[in-house]
Design a binder for this molecule. Structure first.
Ligand code: F6P
Length: 532
């Protein structure tokens, strides 16, 4: 177990950002990393030179390097489920073997990738038809990792989407599927049931609703259904032909699964070649993460800023703020990635965690968030570390002036958070507006920005499939490093189980088929309102 008190006492004595920059004229260069065309700037965090060395030594002591090697090699590092963790194999682009449990897994990965590409191209070209002809719409039914990744990526890569329209249904709320299917033609729609386990109640319920919607018009619904799952026998029970079942293994966690079959809807939307570029981007970041020394390693530093802010300084949340409208779903995607992975209070060995688990992750794209919640980020009493990201270029060259505004806003926010505005500066501004005396003082105080608020900024050239792959892999590895340092298993998610069990038990009560005996009085009250 790590000695967190040393980190916390360092963090308590942290120097203000202004001082750190004043002491080191090359701080921006020293505290930023470049990988390929990406730039990650962490100079606006209150990490000093000694803290930096200390954080790296913490990563070494935690065994990050050894654990990283174990992950890539296929060792069973998901110890509570006795599974390897090999989402990296799904985007592995070398032509070597990877032996897990005595067998090479890469052959199967490449074969499935090839089958996916064949099917995706058949759907895109119209050679795989529905009853009504060429497939015009694809509906991906899944939830959590079987929805958020593809939904996020299809939106992010909209400029590359030249296939059928792809839609996503996740919520068991009938409103979701109703609104999605409204206006679609069942005879030209392909339904993809995406579920690692093929038992998730929301997904299976929506899949049956879609099946009956299609069955009202289409004779052979099976021909217009595909399945993405590790549970191939269950897909057969559902009536989906094995030709359209794309399987994967239990060494891919749900929230890490968009690189393989769960990414089929992305592939149909952008084509196999662009999907390949997406995988290449992930692989590129894997190679960097695997090979670069810790102090020059982008995912490691993204993790160390997280550890510093969260476990060191005690900041309970972090905001992910992409200045990229097409990354609207990225904060939600990172929410699952980070909070399902590192929201644990028990260490790998079963003992209680002696430090806070991973933080609350949230966010919205800029500039929208600026007109909503940034007020609190700038002047609230709690410090919220911010993770900004923005592209050098947009996909709309004819609107380059709008992209300049976007970029200026992104940079302005991290600058404002850092430099703030003192009372004397605010007083000077308000005095110029004609205020005097007590009113000047009162008004000036409302216009003070404390500043010295930490942020990081990730710059990338353009949101291409390759770059999106790099960004996602960057964050995946950050979560991994933070998890290793916390000593937890980032790859299970037992915390979602209790609610599922209780929901299953409550459904018959709501239907009047079981009593509410044994339920607490609050739940009984809520049930009685709903039943009446
Ligand atoms: O309930 C949590 C979870 O298991 C996630 O980890 C997963 O991404 C999601 O549900 C969906 O699971 P499945 O792909 O098995 O339907």
């Amino acid at each position: 177990m790590m000695d967190w008190s040393k980190l916390q006492s360092r963090a308590e004595k942290r120097a203000p950002l202004a001082q750190l920059f004043a002491q080191n004229p090359t701080r921006a260069e020293d505290y930023s990393l470049r990988h390929g065309d990406m730039l990650f700037d962490f100079s606006k965090t209150q990490i000093g030179a000694e803290d930096r060395a200390f954080l790296v030594s913490m990563a070494v002591d935690a065994g990050v390097e050894a654990r990283r090697a174990e992950m890539f090699s296929g060792a069973k590092i998901n110890e509570t489920e006795n599974r390897a963790v090999l989402h990296t194999a799904l985007r592995n682009m070398d032509d070597g073997d990877l032996v897990v449990d005595g067998a090479d897994i890469m052959e199967g990965v490449r074969e499935t990738r090839g089958r996916m590409a064949e099917f995706a191209e058949a759907v895109r070209s119209g050679s795989h038809k529905g009853q009504g002809g060429k497939i015009t719409d694809v509906v991906n039914i899944g939830i959590g990792g079987s929805d958020l990744g593809p939904a996020m990526a299809v939106l992010a890569l909209a400029p590359y989407c030249d296939g059928p329209n792809v839609h996503f249904v996740s919520n068991v709320d009938g409103a979701d599927i109703t609104e999605t299917l409204r206006g679609l033609d069942p005879a030209t729609t392909l339904v993809i049931v995406a579920s690692k386990t093929f038992t998730t109640i929301e997904t299976m319920t929506n899949a049956r609703t879609a099946q009956s919607w299609m069955g009202r018009v289409v004779k052979d619904t099976g021909a217009q259904f595909a399945a993405l799952s590790t549970a191939e026998e269950k897909t057969a029970e559902f009536g989906i032909s094995s030709a359209r079942v794309f399987g994967f293994e239990d060494w891919v966690g749900g929230r890490y699964s968009l690189w393989g079959p769960i990414g089929l809807s992305i592939m149909i939307a952008i084509g196999a070649e662009n999907f390949n570029a997406f995988l290449q981007g992930g692989y590129d970041m894997d190679c960097h993460f695997r090979d670069a020394p810790l102090d020059e390693n982008m995912p490691v530093w993204l993790a160390l800023t997280g550890i510093w802010n969260s476990q060191g300084c005690g900041h309970a949340t972090r905001a992910v703020l992409p200045y990229d409208q097409r990354l609207t779903r990225l904060p939600a995607y990172f929410q699952q990635l980070e909070m399902e992975s590192n929201g644990k209070s028990v260490a790998m060995d079963g003992t209680a965690l002696d430090v806070n688990s991973g933080p609350v992750v949230w966010g919205e794209p800029g500039t929208n968030g600026q007109h909503a919640f940034y007020q609190l980020i700038h002047q609230g009493t709690r410090v919220i570390p911010c993770e900004f990201m923005v592209a050098r270029h947009g996909h709309e060259p004819e609107l380059a002036h709008q992209h300049e505004l976007l970029v200026a806003n992104c940079l302005a926010q991290s600058e404002a958070l850092m430099v703030g505005r003192t009372l004397s500066q605010a007083t000077e501004i308000m005095a110029k507006r004609g205020l005097t005396g007590a009113e000047l003082d009162r008004q000036a105080r409302h216009r003070v920005f404390p500043g010295d608020r930490p942020s990081t900024t990730l710059l990338y050239p353009l949101l291409t499939p390759f770059v999106l792959g790099q960004i996602i892999a960057l964050y995946e590895h950050r979560v991994f490093v933070e998890g290793v340092m916390l000593g937890i298993n980032s790859f299970d998610q037992w915390g979602v189980e209790l609610g599922k069990e209780l929901a299953n038990a409550l459904t018959p009560v709501l239907r009047g088929e079981a009593t509410d005996a044994g339920k607490d009085s609050s739940t009984r009250l809520l049930l009685s309102y709903l039943r009446d």
